[in-house]
Write a protein that binds this ligand. Structure first.
Ligand SMILES: Cc1cc2nc3c(=O)[nH]c(=O)nc-3n(C[C@H](O)[C@H](O)[C@H](O)COP(=O)(O)O)c2cc1C
Length: 246
């Protein structure tokens, strides 16, 4: 009996969901929707060992559709929608990492040929996946809103970084729930920006923020230690919960 990719995807997520609620006692306090959302957050990891084969049910079209929705739904300050995203597939992604290596090679001094080769291999490792997503912020939008709201102008660069981070996290998590691995990089973003804009004929007002190489998971990452103890505080408590209406 053949299962459709959608059923396989649903089964995979159900496994993640059950695994997550089994290992987290606090999920008994939550609605299934919250537990589901947190299960999705729990599968987002920095996956460095990527392959160029996407999991069953995932395609270029499905990733592009998911990314488009994340771009649409992610918030931005004053709703300026300054985020821009480029997906480089296959050989286009290779071109990006060639550009990065070109810059790293030009500005670095290596002890010997072995050190140079090790550095090249480290940079080119990011090209092993199916592609790379580039995150930009359109400075034309930031400049426009800064002129409209001069009192906020000094903090718009920070707000722009924050909304770019929110979008990045949303896309990274979306890929993860589909079984696609990814890792977040900021490899020579300042140095490569002009070449990137020229190579893919992008507007000069786009500022490159980050790279997200992604692909199939060739090897899962080890589990990093993560805590919340001492990192959250609560004050007050006179809150009323609406009664259920039957
Ligand atoms: C804003 C931000 C910047 C990051 N930059 C890099 C980076 O440049 N290179 C890298 O390998 N990982 C980077 N990371 C990934 C973190 O190192 C990683 O998320 C963290 O160690 C936790 O591991 P996990 O992603 O597997 O949960 C970044 C993460 C964040 C949130």
């Amino acid at each position: 009996m053949a299962f459709s990719p959608n059923y396989i995807f649903l089964l995979a997520f159900l496994t993640i969901f059950i695994g997550y609620i089994k290992t987290n006692n606090s999920t008994s306090l939550m609605s299934p929707t919250s537990a589901c959302f947190l299960a999705a957050l729990s599968v987002r990891r920095s996956v460095y060992n990527l392959s160029n084969v996407l999991p069953v049910g995932v395609s270029q079209a499905s990733i592009q559709a998911s990314v488009e929705q994340a771009v649409k739904l992610s918030p931005s300050p004053f709703n300026i929608q300054s985020a821009r995203v480029v997906i480089l597939w296959g050989t286009e992604s290779d071109r990006l990492w060639d550009i990065v290596w070109g810059k790293v090679n030009a500005v670095s001094s290596f002890a010997d040929e072995e050190a140079r080769a090790a550095s090249e291999s480290k940079v080119k490792h990011f090209a092993r996946g199916a592609g790379t997503i580039l995150f930009f912020e359109d400075q034309a939008d930031i400049d426009k809103i800064s002129l409209g709201f001069p009192a906020f102008a000094p903090i718009f660069p920070t707000l722009s970084e924050q909304s770019s981070g929110i979008l990045t996290s949303n896309i990274w998590t979306l890929l993860s729930v589909e079984g696609v691995g990814a890792n977040l990089q900021h490899q020579s973003v300042d140095l490569i920006e002009a070449d990137v804009l020229k190579t893919w004929d992008l507007p000069l007002s786009w500022e490159l923020k980050a790279q997200l190489p992604f692909g199939g998971i060739a090897a899962p990452p080890s589990e990093p230690k993560k805590t919340f103890e001492g990192r959250t505080r609560y004050f007050g408590g006179e809150v009323v919960t609406e009664s259920a209406k039957l």
